[in-house]
Ligand binder design. Structure first.
Ligand code: NAP
Ligand code: ZN
Ligand code: ZN
Length: 355
């Protein structure tokens, strides 16, 4: 095994967010490192927030991508879980401290020293992590998931972020009991997967969207039970007090009181969307009805594997538009306009070639 791997990817260099080809090397000397060829990588809205520095923390050049599936090409001498030829998935995290309470509880996603798949500093070094818009990856075996043979790699890739980010709060906040009523706000990458997972749990799902044009698909192919347009005050009022919980996936500023109004007493509004600006939270819609507003961030590796296996068992995949790497800037523009049904996935394996 070499000490580093030469890679090519696409990087953004400044807050314009425009991506272009970028050569770099990945440190990959660790005995537990698994090297793999990237085949597909989803485009998450977090990639868009990051390339445009909307959260103010981007380290340029940044190679985004944390919905990555590929095939193992080589393994370090201490690797026990994977062999060359295995299919693997990598999500949003590639390392953590392994000694804190969160790591001990398989919640590495809440480790204070979490290493994200891109735009994170590698511990004890000045190296920045680079994500899956690249031809090869190397990661510690403990941070990879086994990819079930029955799960398509292109349509399945988005589960590695969109899937776990919605699965984990449904489980943790006990919004996974058959017959419960769940709202899913924002029918994008996360939202459409949330609908599918919730239906597999046996929930009744109401989609709350700004786009009336998504109604037929939500109620038809995606299997939602009801559809509300958030700007339709009469429709929202008629649905007041009906939901046990809400998963809010909206990527931009939006009003919370109308969503709190949809909850039953004791209902839970779970934020997973990450708008760049603070959201306003009034006291009265919360205290009247003892409602909860909470947040949730991705999930640990054990739970990610559980979710992937659950998706494979239930035939859950994302609805994807597979694109070549040189379409990535156009895809980002369309994602910013919510013009994708419902996840772009880059065909890295066939379209990202060394010059
Ligand atoms: P996405 O595909 O762009 O979906 C977001 C959806 O939000 C859009 O499709 C749209 O749905 C709705 N929306 C957009 N702008 C809006 C506005 N101004 N007002 C109201 N609704 C609006 O994005 P995504 O990949 O699903 O990601 C969603 C958010 O979750 C992003 O902020 C991302 O960074 C964050 N995220 C968080 C985690 C976590 O761990 N917590 C993980 C992944 C992503 P409609 O057309 O239906 O209204
Ligand atoms: Zn993501
Ligand atoms: Zn830790």
């Amino acid at each position: 095994m070499s000490k580093s791997v030469n890679a090519i990817g696409w990087a953004a260099r400044d807050p314009s967010g425009v991506l272009s080809p970028f050569k770099f090397s990945r440190p990959a000397a660790a005995a537990r490192d698994v090297h793999f060829k990237v085949l597909y990588c989803g485009i998450c809205h977090s990639d868009l927030h990051t390339v445009r520095n909307e959260w103010g923390n981007t380290r340029y050049p940044v190679v985004p991508g944390h919905e990555i599936v590929g095939v193992v090409t080589a393994v370090g001498p201490s690797v026990t879980k994977f062999s060359p030829g295995d299919k693997v998935g990598a999500g949003c995290l590639v390392n953590s401290c392994r000694s804190c309470d969160q790591c001990a509880a398989n919640l590495e996603n809440y480790c204070p020293d979490l290493v994200l798949t891109y735009n994170s500093l590698l511990p004890g070094s000045a190296f920045v992590t680079y994500g899956g818009y690249s031809d090869v990856m190397a990661a510690d075996e403990d941070f990879l998931v086994r990819w079930p043979d029955s799960l398509p790699m292109d349509k399945g890739a988005p589960l590695l972020c969109a899937g776990i980010t919605t699965y984990s709060p449904l489980r943790y906040f006990e919004l996974d009991q058959p017959g419960q009523k769940l709202g899913v706000v924002g029918l994008g990458g996360l939202g459409h997967v949330a609908v599918k997972l919730a239906k597999a749990f046996g929930l009744r799902v109401t989609v709350v969207s700004t786009s009336s044009g998504k109604r037929d698909e939500a109620l038809g192919r995606l299997g939602a039970d009801a559809f509300l347009v958030s700007g339709d005050a009469a429709g929202m009022a008629a649905a007041a007090g009906t939901l046990d919980g809400i998963i809010d996936t909206v990527s931009a500023q939006h009003a919370l009181p109308p969503l709190l109004g949809l909850l039953k007493p004791h209902g839970k509004l779970i934020l997973v969307g990450a708008p760049e600006k603070p959201l306003e939270l009034a006291a009265f819609p919360l205290i009247m009805g003892r409602k909860t507003v909470a947040g949730s961030m991705i999930g640990g590796i054990r739970e990610t594997q559980e979710m992937i296996d659950f998706a494979a068992e239930h035939g859950i995949v994302a609805d994807v538009e597979v694109i070549p790497i040189d379409y990535v800037n156009a895809a980002m523009e369309r994602l910013a306009r919510a013009d994708v049904k419902y996840r772009f996935v880059i065909d890295v394996g066939n379209t990202l070639k060394a010059e």
